[in-house]
Design a protein around this ligand. Sequence first.
Ligand SMILES: Cc1cc2nc3c(=O)[nH]c(=O)nc-3n(C[C@H](O)[C@H](O)[C@H](O)COP(=O)(O)O)c2cc1C
Length: 251
Amino acid sequence: MAKKILIMVASPKNERSGTLIPTKAFVDGMLENGDYESEYVFIDRLNIKPCRGCLTCWGRPDGSCFIKDDDVPETRKKLEEADVVIWSFPLFLFSIPGQMKVLLDRIVGMVHPYMGQKLSGGNSTPDMNKPMHGLQHQKPGQKIILLSSCAWMDIDVVYEPIKKQFDIILGRGKYYLIACPQMRALHHRGGERRLNMLRKRYAAGGAELAKTDAISKEAIDLMQKPIFGEDAYVTLVTEFVTHMFDRDDNF
Ligand SMILES: Cc1cc2nc3c(=O)[nH]c(=O)nc-3n(C[C@H](O)[C@H](O)[C@H](O)COP(=O)(O)O)c2cc1C
């Protein structure tokens, strides 16, 4: 039976999301190199009521939320059953977009409850390989990929908060983070040649995952490599922002 790739698209731009460009290439790379099927879920279009903060989900054996009359129960089922979950999101204020946060809060019952556990290694030298929570309702062998794009070039710095957050929640090594820099300008000003260069790198990353069940550091480094040189990018991005309203593709 074909393995399921679930793509959770968190950009409010939905189909017009720039992050979808590398995401789709990665997924296509998987589809072409293994027995997979894919489903894209556009989070922005779902009806998601915000978490009420009761934490009663942690008291239920299945970790389910008491709110049943929106799209979260069905979405959670998909998240539990997928073999590969790709969270495709733009970096917003060095964090995840609000739509994704509202969904994640509602599925907090998918991680082990907090019952006073401490970071192993202590607070000063924490061992992030041991998560504080860890998933408790996850298909065995499920892979989780955070595939994000941003405007900045210095991804080590700008993705530090995301890394910290997901290391604490899931545990280091329990997910892959792939960060795609310069995306907004690349999307609008990159041209087909550069976009195809980007697609090729991501398709190779997806192919590697399909063939080897893992993504190497080399493949991640290549996917994350900026397409524009630093000086050219500064000029481009300055021009892009200065002439924001000369274009008709902002909204
Ligand atoms: C509200 C908002 C906040 C943003 N914050 C950041 C940020 O902190 N760092 C960054 O590099 N880019 C930031 N960006 C730029 C987006 O991450 C970038 O344009 C991304 O590629 C958009 O992806 P999308 O087209 O899939 O939505 C922000 C954009 C918006 C709209």
